[in-house]
Write a protein that binds this ligand. Structure first.
Ligand code: PLP
Length: 398
């Protein structure tokens, strides 16, 4: 059967594929430590679960407005004002089945053949394929490791063409863990304003910042951007709710309305019960998230220390998110027995098969020579996993 052309150009999410591989090994009784996952290992807070149970008991089980219930939109509006100093109306907000879904709707609403969309590399795996699925062209801007993989004003300005429609910015970043300061965002904002480019700001890792770093939204840094910016966020990471599938976006009324039309003709509303749960999450005492982030901070320090002790591995301290992003270029072109390991993909496969740890190759993130290692795992597991990695790396020959 002939599939549509657009599908031939895309691949399944590399992170989800790795997770499936790790789960398959676990199902065979093999003890795999999974550092591939982009989800907190904490349980969803009780208050949030209770809100869902109440919704269920009250029969809140029917279709809702396609773009989300008013009560949740109001909670999103409150959140943006409280946490980001951003003022939106409810008709500037859409609730989707996860931030990934908001981003996809946005790509459907904005992009078409001939459009170029700028993506700083390394990038989250889904951005390029979501753009390709909508016939537009992702244009990657290589950033430098020495500069914490951050996009600069000059790098941005240098890649803009008459076809450029938008920039996707992700701070804190998956996979690098880097995050932009207010000043850096102001500088990028100046270019975006001058060139009248749309900016999609993916802030899903907002609360996961360390060492006193303060997350700033680019729209708060340059309020003049508001008419050309869409901020995307969600409860998946902040409230350990990845399975509930609730994300949201805020931006100009016309764009949000177009996204809502796309959503109404594709998924309809996000799950009604999960929407009630998300209201409780957004109004929850911030101590839940703070406790989780404090725990992640300990893990961050531990894993980075352990990685830097492995010969051939160097790992900067990430400022945000929950990923270590070690450089392993020194391990490439090595061998294990007769098997050559040339790329980060080869090294990740070797580590899964031989060390029984699941880590993601940097290749699908546009970061050859790197691994992405999630530290959303308890400290003892991190210790065991790093022991295994150190041992496996020590077996490699150059
Ligand atoms: C950078 C980034 N954006 C968006 C998402 C999507 O989150 P969700 O669809 O669970 O809300 C993820 C999830 O891994 C992510 O890493």
């Amino acid at each position: 059967m002939k599939l549509a052309q657009r599908v031939a150009a895309i691949r399944p999410s590399a992170t989800l594929a790795l997770s499936a591989k790790a789960k398959a090994l676990s199902a065979k009784g093999i003890d795999v430590i999974d550092f591939g996952l982009g989800e907190p290992d904490f349980d969803t807070p009780e208050e949030v679960k209770n809100a869902a149970i109440e919704a269920l008991r009250a029969g809140f089980t029917k279709y809702t407005a396609p773009g989300g219930i008013d009560e949740l939109k109001a909670a999103v509006v409150e959140k943006f004002l409280r946490d980001n100093n951003l003022r939106y109306e409810k008709n500037q907000v859409i609730v989707s089945c996860g931030a990934k879904h908001s981003l996809y709707n946005l790509a459907q609403a904005l992009f078409e053949r001939g459009d170029e969309v700028l993506i700083p590399a390394p990038y989250w795996v889904s951005y390029p394929d979501q753009i390709r699925l909508n016939d537009a062209t992702p244009v990657f801007i290589e950033t430098r490791e020495e500069n914490h993989f951050l996009l600069t004003r000059d790098l941005l300005a240098g890649r803009i063409t008459p076809r450029t429609k938008a920039l996707i910015l992700n701070s804190p970043s998956n996979p690098t863990g880097s995050a932009y300061t207010q000043k850096q965002l102001e500088e990028l904002g100046d270019v975006l304003l001058e060139k009248r480019l749309i900016v999609i700001s993916d802030e899903i890792y907002e609360p996961f910042v360390y060492d006193g770093f303060k997350h700033t939204s680019i729209v708060a840094a340059r309020p003049e951007l508001k008419d050309q910016a869409i901020v995307v966020n969600g409860v998946s990471k902040s409230h350990a709710m990845t399975g509930w599938r609730i994300g949201y976006a805020a931006g100009p009324k016309a764009i949000i309305a177009a996204m809502e039309t796309v959503q109404s003709q594709s998924t309809s509303n996000p799950n009604s019960i999960a929407q009630k749960a998300a209201v409780a999450a957004l109004r929850l005492d911030p101590r839940f998230t703070q406790t989780m982030v404090a725990e992640f901070d300990k893990r961050r320090r531990q894993i980075v220390e352990r990685l830097n002790q492995i010969p051939g591995v160097t790992c900067p301290m990430p400022m945000g998110a929950f990923y270590a992003f070690p450089n392993i270029t020194a391990l490439q072109d090595s061998r294990w027995k007769d098997r050559p390991l040339k790329t980060a993909n080869d090294i990740a496969d070797y580590l899964l098969e031989e060390a029984r740890i699941a880590v993601v190759s940097g290749d699908p993130f546009g970061a050859p020579g790197h691994l992405r290692i999630s530290y959303a795992a308890p400290l003892p597991l991190i210790e065991r996993g790093m022991n295994r990695m150190a041992e496996a790396v020590s077996k490699l020959k150059s």
